[in-house]
Write a protein that binds this ligand. Structure first.
Ligand SMILES: [Cu+2]
Length: 216
């Protein structure tokens, strides 16, 4: 089985974040299961005598308060440290795409190039991105809440009417990726698919030129 490689630089950071959480959760899970399973086996009493009775154990109580707090603080820090670069935006993106979600498809506008691609559930639209270059996405909705979701990028962001969500995507692998609406928005929600085509910059320019002529 090949290891999963996210399609964008931002997705790679999110994967690293997720891996830290999985490892920490696995260790904590193993400790909890061991504490549940082992005592009845190792220290099972075979008489009716009560075990030693005590009212408090200060070091233990401090320990089980401080240790979880430390774990949460460290995970919080790891998350912040990873999500800052994901949210970071370059001063000069290679391209800017206005993405509009509507019932029930997507429109991708490239204002600098005069290109506009719009889809329907029957004819999902295509979003082209240049390989290795940061593209700024300006995401809005024309009607209700939707969400721009590309599973291979490990990235989902809400499309909210009246509010622009802005983020950068920097693809690291050429290819075609599936995108869909990640927020239930009505009867044809499942038809709100699109595809993302990541092309080397020269092929990307050719795609732009081809779509400028009105072909979609
Ligand atoms: Cu939707």
């Amino acid at each position: 089985m090949n290891a999963f490689v996210p399609g964008t630089a931002q997705g790679g950071i999110l994967l690293a974040d997720w891996q830290v959480f999985i490892v920490v959760a696995a260790i904590i899970g193993a400790i909890v299961v061991a504490l549940i399973v082992l005592p009845p086996i190792l220290w099972r009493r075979r008489d009716d005598a009560l075990p030693p009775q005590f009212k408090k154990n200060t070091p233990l109580e401090i320990g089980y308060t401080v240790v979880p707090l430390l774990i949460v603080a460290v995970l919080f820090w790891v998350t912040l440290k990873n999500e800052w670069p994901v949210e970071a935006q370059v001063p000069k993106p290679y391209a800017v795409v206005h993405v509009t979600a509507f019932r029930w498809s997507w429109r991708f506008d490239y204002p600098a190039d005069g290109v506009s691609v719009s889809g329907t559930p029957q004819r999902p639209p295509e979003l082209a991105l240049a390989l290795g270059e940061p593209t700024r996405i300006e995401l809005v909705s024309a009607d209700v809440n939707h969400a721009f979701w590309v599973p291979a990028f490990l990235f989902k962001r809400d499309a909210i009417p009246g509010f622009t969500n802005s983020f950068d995507l920097t693809p690291v692998r050429a290819g075609v990726y599936r995108g869909e609406c990640g927020e239930f928005c009505g009867i044809d929600h499942a038809g709100m698919t699109f595809q993302v085509r990541v092309l080397p910059p020269a092929a990307y320019r050719a795609w732009i030129a081809q779509h400028k002529k009105g072909g979609e």
